[in-house]
Design a protein around this ligand. Structure first.
Ligand code: SF4
Length: 344
């Protein structure tokens, strides 16, 4: 093996990535050939505009494109496919442990909820895990601030949504820092709130006392949890943060409202989507694919664009700064086309 100049390096990454891409191509082809227009939206496509005017979750326009079976001009990349699959592996791993402990009632259970504001509209969902503990056992593993002796059910149940993530923003925003409390991601809060409101009713399962967003870091495997409840007549969404062992710094030991979000804020948006679909009318954009110069300056001043990105934009090295949701959106090309048409 002394001669190395003619050696070819076999790339395992290439062969794996090629397979992933071929698979995805096949899936998007069959989606197209099938020509299936989706009848109902998914729980993962939830969104809401709160009373305070904050917008959370999926862009109505992107859900419209998906449901009307528009071709995805920006299909999933090998990195995004791999990221999604890694998330599934993490979830399966924890479900296996829950099952070994004998507390997993069901996993990946599909259901169809109903929008109370638009009873013609079903909402398709799938919970990750449902677990149950005898009450004494539950209290043994519970922190006093999130869970007290007021639990009356003898076999309380908890819906779990497993999430995995990594990186600087996850550590800062979800786990929290010495000075800033962590907060669960808004799209997951929408998801679990719908499960809490609908799943038990549809499946006739009682004693579901709360939901839990359980995060694991794919980097250093730290865990972070949030307990979720719907409280009051108007089903306001509340959450409580758990400390994160070895990492945790600042936190509030109680249930607090999540941005004044109520269940009706979520159902209202589904009902709006229903109307747009019925009328075959494209909903307005909820996000901005490309900012104009004054928006960039404002966002930079408000600390919403990093210094590095701003400097690169100033030097003309990047020209398409926009909302993060548009960066991931598989229908971005349609939106940009429409912007170009609108500006002519
Ligand atoms: S590019 Fe942005 S505004 Fe357009 S559909 Fe996608 S998320 Fe919505």
């Amino acid at each position: 093996m002394s001669e190395s100049k003619n050696m070819k390096l076999f790339s395992l990454s290439d062969i794996l990535n090629h397979h992933l891409e071929e698979e995805e191509l096949g899936r998007s082809k069959s989606r197209l050939e099938g020509g299936i227009v989706a009848e109902f939206p998914r729980v993962t496509e939830a969104s809401a505009i709160t009373q305070d005017g904050e917008i959370f979750g999926r862009c109505l326009r992107s859900v419209y494109y998906r449901m009307k079976n528009f071709l995805m001009p920006n299909p999933f990349t090998k990195k995004s496919i791999r990221t999604m699959n890694m998330g599934t592996h993490c979830e399966n791993y924890d479900q296996e442990i829950l099952s070994q402990l004998g507390i997993l009632i069901t996993s990946n259970d599909q259901f169809q909820g109903i929008n109370p504001l638009q009873p013609e509209q079903m909402i398709r969902g799938e919970i990750d895990s449902l677990i149950s503990f005898p009450k004494d056992e539950l209290l043994k593993y519970s922190s006093v601030y999130t869970f007290d002796n007021t639990v009356e059910e003898s076999n309380p149940k908890i819906i779990i949504e497993h999430k995995s993530s990594y990186g600087y923003y996850f550590e800062r925003d979800v786990v929290g820092t010495k000075t800033i409390n962590g907060e669960p991601a808004s799209q997951y809060m929408l998801q679990i709130s719908i499960y809490l409101d609908q799943y038990g009713k549809i499946k006739e399962i009682s004693d579901i006392i709360m939901g839990k967003l359980y995060y694991i870091s794919r980097g250093d495997c730290i865990q972070k949890e949030y307990d979720i409840m719907l409280l009051g007549k108007d089903k306001r969404v509340f959450y409580a943060e758990h400390p994160c062992a070895g990492k945790y710094q600042s936190f509030t030991p109680q249930f607090i409202p999540f941005h004044n979000l109520k269940m009706n804020d979520i159902y209202k948006r589904y009902a709006q989507l229903h109307d747009y679909l019925k009328k075959n009318e494209l909903p307005p954009r909820d996000f901005i694919p490309i900012y104009d110069a004054s928006t960039i300056s404002d966002k930079f001043a408000a600390g919403k664009i990093s210094k590095t990105k701003y400097r690169m934009w100033e030097k003309g090295k990047i020209s398409d700064l926009g909302d993060i949701q548009c960066g991931w959106c598989p229908f971005r090309k349609y939106c940009l086309k429409n912007i170009n048409k609108e500006s002519k």
